[in-house]
Design a protein around this ligand. Structure first.
Ligand code: KIV
Length: 272
């Protein structure tokens, strides 16, 4: 098995991530939803692996993140946890599991932690969910915030366009970010907002800010299927593709079909 592509093989912790920001070292974060992919991503040296509720889109084929259930998230998170040694694993709390009331939120948070073995949870929203965030933190569970384009609110937004371009929404985002830091969140994801606003939040907060479609930040996150080029239909401006696995897999599968149909597979050496 290949070793890590990083020198420091110690487990990544909330403390180390905050140190990385202080030292100006960038944080790399990527999603994973299953054991095999998580093992590869971890061994490549990823700092944070996110078991995102984007599993609803890329694993289950739903149009939004809303349908995924807590049981399905626990299944994905437990599979990832089995494959990871070094990266910090963060799991999204799915839609409906923390918005009803703080008591229900902390019960669901504890359940995800106990049944999955992840290291931290991510919740979307600002002051509206602050009481839930505080109660989860009081239970000893590290929380990562998520502001800007929060996909669980897509029906309220009505569009996947860039958020917080207007002054009022930008001001609310900055005050939400401060409130999440003061509550004790260890990091914050900012999704699809103007780069200047991301830069301002990075300057004002001492916790790491992880961007996606928000320009330079203390770190970056992408959905693994998108950056590996497995998802042809999704091409936002912010996405950089590092492979074209859709074509590679299609070619490999096509070659296998040809070999089976021609009787070329299995050959003399591929039988007992
Ligand atoms: O669910 C997810 O993958 C996410 C990232 C895109 C930040 O929340």
């Amino acid at each position: 098995m290949a070793g890590y592509l990083v020198e420091d093989e110690r487990k990544v912790t909330t403390h180390r991530l905050i140190e990385m920001k202080k030292q100006g070292r960038k944080i790399a974060m990527l999603t994973s939803y299953d054991y095999t992919m998580a093992q590869i991503v971890d061994q490549a040296g990823m700092d944070i692996i996110l078991v995102g509720d984007s599993a609803s889109n890329v694993m289950a084929g739903n149009l939004t993140t809303l349908p995924i259930t807590i049981d399905q998230m626990i299944y994905h998170a437990r599979s990832v946890a089995r494959g990871v040694k070094r990266a910090m694993i963060v799991c999204d709390m799915p839609f409906g599991t923390y918005q009803v009331n703080p008591t229900e939120a902390v019960k669901n948070a504890i359940r995800i932690m106990q049944e999955s073995g992840v290291d931290a949870l991510k919740l979307e929203g600002g002051v509206e969910i602050l009481d839930a965030v505080k109660l989860i933190l009081d239970a000893g569970i590290p929380v990562m915030g998520h502001l800007g384009l929060t996909p669980q609110s897509i029906h309220k937004f009505g569009t996947y366009a860039v958020r917080a371009k207007e002054e009022a929404e930008a001001a609310k985002l900055v005050s939400d970010a401060r409130a999440l830091e003061e509550a004790g969140c260890f990091a914050l994801v900012l999704e699809k907002i103007p780069a200047a606003l991301t830069a301002q939040v990075c300057r004002e907060l001492s916790i790491p800010v992880i961007g996606i479609g928000g320009g330079p930040a203390d770190g970056q996150v992408l959905v693994v299927h998108d950056m590996l080029g497995m998802n042809k239909g999704f091409s936002p401006k912010f996405l950089r593709r590092y492979a074209d696995l859709f074509s590679s897999i299609t070619d490999a599968v096509g070659q296998y079909i040809t070999d089976v149909k021609n009787g070329d597979f299995p050959n003399e050496n591929e039988r007992y």
